[in-house]
Design a binder for this molecule. Sequence first.
Ligand code: SF4
Length: 424
Amino acid sequence: MGAEKPHPSVPANALAVESGSAMMPVVRMSVRIFEAAGSLNVESRALPRNPTRAVAIGSITIGCGHSIAVQSMTATHTQDIAATVGQIRDLVAAGADVIRVAVDSRKDADALAEISKEVEANLAVDLQENYRMAEVVAPYVAKIRYNPGHLYHHEREKPWQDKVRYLADIAGQHDCAMRVGVNCGSVDPDKKEKYDEHDSISPMLESAFDHCAFLDSLGFTRYAVSLKDSDPKNVIEVNKRFAAQRPDVPLHLGVTEAGMPPDGIIKTRIAFEQLISRGIGDTIRVSLTVPNSRKSEEIAAGHKILADIAAGRVRSVVDYGLQQLNIISCPSCSRVENEAFIDLAASVKEMTAYAKDHKITIAVMGCRVNGPGETDDADLGLWCGPNFVNLKKGPVELGAFPYDGILPKLKAELDAIIAIKTVK
Ligand code: SF4
């Protein structure tokens, strides 16, 4: 490492619009498309972005309207320097902005020192319970992540505030950013005790708020927060609640133990769609269970999800906050049973252009597995089977129609909705 950190600044494509009482930057998503993501010619739309602080991580900056950074983590044995260097290079080639390396021992830290000399990458480490490892690894990385829940287990007699003060000092001395990484599986025991055992979200939030307030009181603001869970619904809820109270703190989004593709990608995608469309999230990681040779799929998946959200290709119904027609269609996958779905999505867009000034959401989904459940929140939902297209108005199913008969039916329903809205 050692590359000079750029001065965090507002990107040139940021605008500011009034949103409630706060000024929210609205940035046309600058989506970097990589061949590996298999997605070119993306039509991007303006998405809101929370007015987060700029946080420099090595050669990149997150927050304050900067592009959403995509991260991954090496899965090689860190002491296998050649393999770890090779994996870091693969991840960089796939478009990784930050790469975390596992360091669990002094020997791993020694290997990290060698690895950092051989790669041009923004490296990060995750401190485990021995938080004092920070001073050993900080010279070689751009970011240090600590888990508030883990700080309790080492030097138990020492208050967590003393440990965080030490970490902030080390990060400051070595020009590192920090991540306060709160995880549902390892929340501070003191916080957990205060809440109902079924409420996993409140202890996570309280822990994150306390650590943010303490870091702020130290004058250390170069940090991001992550609030991770294996259930995408919890990830959405906890991040929404955090961002409502601390819209200034950059968020690192992720779903833990998401599993293997495609299910792991789908789970993660749902959480990211609902958060990023609301302006929440400054950096992401898609955690996938894949062999080492395929680790770069995490990065490809991350870029693909961001590109799809910007283009309205979403798997859950997303309200982009538009005051006009919102047509969304799923990104398609192996579950599509009739390729005519792709043409149908385009035809729906074309046919409904006349309604562009009406705040109505139409969702077009590619399969019968997820279509019925995923379209409930749209005003009109379509999902495709082998020979028929199903139509739904809100949660009410209206029937199945042949591919060449669905558009007139859709138009009739759309006109009826417009008529009702116009009378109101
Ligand atoms: S709605 Fe069906 S076809 Fe579309 S991405 Fe989801 S699972 Fe795949």
